[in-house]
Design a binder for this molecule. Structure first.
Ligand SMILES: NC(=O)c1ccc[n+]([C@@H]2O[C@H](COP(=O)([O-])OP(=O)(O)OC[C@H]3O[C@@H](n4cnc5c(N)ncnc54)[C@H](OP(=O)(O)O)[C@@H]3O)[C@@H](O)[C@H]2O)c1
Length: 307
């Protein structure tokens, strides 16, 4: 599957599946993580042909970028798509900062940790309250012209914030919370993204593991963003996916990932992983092409979350 998609108005081209790396070195977010597992996760992804890596300063305050930087030294940089993000300013106790000075420094620092001389995608990780959004994006455009980044991204921006950021049509890509159980972006962001040639990357595509099918009704407490009725509906909807997975001799996670890969509004799906074995399993979604009828059956099974 060498089906590459172009990122926004940039020259960056990516496969439709990448790796989410908040559990690679993200010791500040998740407990019980081991660096050695992080190294193994990134190596497994690259070995299985996943060449787009999504990281951020925030994942271990640079540790995730360092681990990725170590691993990619053994690979041809031209074949990789490296995306990172920044907004927490370490010089201001982690305060969200989108000032042009900070963003320029953040990119230089990320390049050092990743041991590379350009980033394929750089996202402003979170919007701040002070900086005019189009000014922040202009700073990224300067970095693009200087060859330090190739595509301009924003993350966790509302539609209004995105419109301000994209005043000059410079935004290439948006990353935001989206999954089959969190479908708000379909109504809020997608119409604007389609019209303005902006790519979309959903985060939490597996709803933090819920959509792999490994949880049951008794686990409702772990997912307190859903009420009991919604949670039971999710478990029922996963049964629909399970049937399709059995028919295709695939796992539920693979079918879920294949669903995002077939979705025309989604550019790259970046499931995260704690262990290399999960990456091995998820990478096999690349060989799975859902039939239209199965794609629509899954869409329908989760339609309550699109309302
Ligand atoms: N821009 C932003 O603000 C933002 C926010 C959040 C995330 N992100 C990015 O988006 C990526 C994806 O989000 P996410 O990783 O938080 O959530 P996710 O992709 O919805 O879920 C990933 C988690 O599900 C479990 N899992 C994955 N594959 C599995 C399999 N085959 N079988 C069983 N369990 C499996 C693993 O956790 P366990 O083993 O622990 O269950 C894994 O860490 C992140 O890694 C990060 O790069 C960005």
């Amino acid at each position: 599957m060498e089906n590459l998609i172009k990122i926004g108005k940039s020259d960056v081209k990516s496969k439709k599946i990448g790796l989410g790396t908040n559990k690679v070195g993200g010791h500040n977010i998740f407990s019980d993580l081991k660096d050695e597992d992080g190294y193994a996760v990134v190596k497994e992804a690259l070995a299985k042909g996943i060449t787009t890596l999504d990281t951020a300063y925030m994942y271990g305050n640079g540790r995730s970028e360092e681990i990725i930087g170590d691993v990619i030294q053994d690979y041809d940089r031209d074949n990789l798509v490296i995306a990172t993000k920044a907004a927490q300013n370490p010089a201001k106790d982690g305060k969200i900062d989108n000032s042009p000075e900070f963003l320029k420094k953040a990119v230089d620092d990320a390049l050092k940790r990743l041991k590379t001389d350009y980033l394929d995608i750089f996202y402003i990780h979170f919007p701040d309250e002070e900086t005019p959004k189009d000014e922040a994006v202009k700073a990224l455009d300067d970095l693009k012209k200087a060859g330090k980044i190739k595509a301009i991204g924003v993350s966790n921006f509302s539609l209004e914030q995105l419109k301000e950021a994209d005043k000059d049509g410079l935004v290439d890509i948006v990353e935001d919370n989206y999954s089959l159980v969190h479908r708000d972006a379909e109504k809020t962001l997608f119409p604007y993204l389609r019209k303005n040639d902006i790519s979309f990357v959903p985060y939490f595509p597996l709803a933090s593991g819920l959509l792999t099918g490994k949880y049951g009704v008794a686990d409702a407490k772990k997912f307190d963003q859903f009420n009991q009725a919604q949670f039971s509906d999710i478990i029922d909807a996963i049964k629909v996916v399970h049937k399709i997975a059995n028919k295709l001799d695939a796992t539920i996670a693979q079918v879920m990932i294949a669903w995002y890969m077939k979705n025309p509004d989604i550019s790259i799906v970046i499931p995260g992983a704690r262990k290399a074995a999960q990456v091995d399993q998820n990478a096999k979604a690349m060989d799975l092409e859902l039939r239209n009828s199965d794609y629509h059956a899954i869409d329908e099974a989760f339609s309550e979350f699109a309302e």
